[in-house]
Design a protein around this ligand. Structure first.
Ligand SMILES: [Fe+2]
Length: 372
């Protein structure tokens, strides 16, 4: 593998309680001594087999000094001798660069979308995604757009299971691990229709909502029943740019979700649009069916209803909905932390098999394949 010399170290300067590092690509950063000492990766401070820290950080001198520091291997490493030790400790330029304050690992692969932006390349063939290259292509699609449809799957649980195991493992929940469901409305009785299931995310009542959901169509003898995908990120970003005050409400107010039945009562709460400490959107949680009762003051109540109505009306507008009737052998896979799913009304018979995969296991697969 060729080394990336752009993050090699050009110059260092020992400051009183920190080390100033300049990289070949002209970026620079000041690393505090205590942080550097805490991240020593020599034998006595780091366990290479388990990738775990051995250092007793709380026992370090907070005013630790650098006795000596120099650049080695033409800038690939910095060697430091600390005041509490006599051995040389190596820090790779790559490690320092990736941990500099300005470093952004965002490879910009996330594409937010509305209906017209989804093209036919959202369909991937089962045979292709089983190969390493094809599998990476599937993960890329899932990472960038939040969903994909895999065609020509075997119409039984084996394809669901194989795919789940390729990404992570099947998640167990109150519904079991691998599940099947069947809707059978009498086609002759036009009064009975399986009503449209409006877009939502699953498990707003769980502290750790499932990351991926897999839905394989095994049988379809019906009219309607299209699968609906809506990019929650697109809705969030649109509200952010047009209705700042309502965006605030959706990011601040924790909404409880509830599941009562089958001998359990599950409840969790979080904002509909969850942000991280850098104000980036990390999760969309919206399920009007499962929302539990909760109170706000009268003024906030009014704004809250305005905000969820805007969100829900957008999710139910054709502009944001990608719709497709799954044929037998087609498997829909989507990121439940981002994409809302729904199903159009239908008459007839549908048999679906599927499962959930944890979000962290999907993330892990993306990291192992170099996507994030
Ligand atoms: Fe659902």
């Amino acid at each position: 593998m060729t080394k990336n010399r752009s993050n090699y170290v050009n110059k260092i300067e020992v400051l009183n309680d920190a080390l100033k590092v300049s990289f070949a690509n002209n970026s620079e950063d000041i690393f505090p001594n205590l942080w550097l000492r805490d991240h020593a990766k020599d034998e006595s401070n780091w366990d290479e087999r388990s990738n775990q820290r051995k250092t007793f950080t709380a026992g370090l001198n907070p005013n630790i000094k650098i006795k000596k520091a120099n650049i080695s291997n033409e800038g690939e490493y910095i060697d430091i001798i600390w005041s509490d030790a006599s051995n040389n400790i190596k820090y790779s330029s790559e490690f320092l660069y990736k941990n500099s304050l300005k470093y952004s690992h965002d490879k910009n692969q996330i594409k937010i979308w509305e209906n017209k932006e989804i093209k036919d390349d959202i369909f991937l063939n089962y045979k292709n995604i089983i190969s390493d290259e094809g599998f990476k292509n599937l993960l890329t699609k899932l990472y960038s757009l939040g969903f994909a449809v895999i065609t020509d799957c075997k119409k039984d649980m084996s394809s669901v299971e194989l795919l789940a195991k390729k990404i992570g493992y099947v998640r167990n929940s109150i519904f079991g691990g691998l599940w099947s469901f069947e809707s059978n409305a009498d086609m002759a009785d036009s009064a009975y229709t399986n009503e449209e299931l409006r877009p939502h995310t699953d498990s707003t009542y769980s502290n750790d909502a499932p990351g991926l959901q897999l839905l394989l169509c095994c049988e379809y003898d019906a009219k309607g029943g299209d699968s609906i995908m809506v990019d929650g990120l697109k809705i969030a970003e649109t509200i952010k740019s047009k209705k700042k005050d309502l965006f605030e409400v959706l990011t601040k107010i924790e909404v409880p979700g509830n599941y009562t039945g089958d001998g359990v009562i599950l409840e969790a709460k979080r904002p509909i649009i969850k942000l991280d400490d850098k104000n980036r959107i990390t999760q969309i949680s919206f399920n009007n069916y499962d929302r539990a009762p909760f109170r706000l003051n009268p003024e906030l109540t009014k704004i809250f209803y305005e905000a969820i109505s805007l969100f829900d009306n957008m999710a139910n507008s054709k502009q944001y909905q990608w719709r497709h009737i799954l044929k037998p052998g087609e498997l829909l896979i989507f990121n439940n932390w981002r994409v809302l799913h729904g199903r159009g009304s239908f008459n007839g018979k549908r048999k679906i098999k599927g499962c959930y995969i944890n979000k962290e296991d999907f993330d892990s697969s993306c990291k192992i394949n170099g996507l994030i």
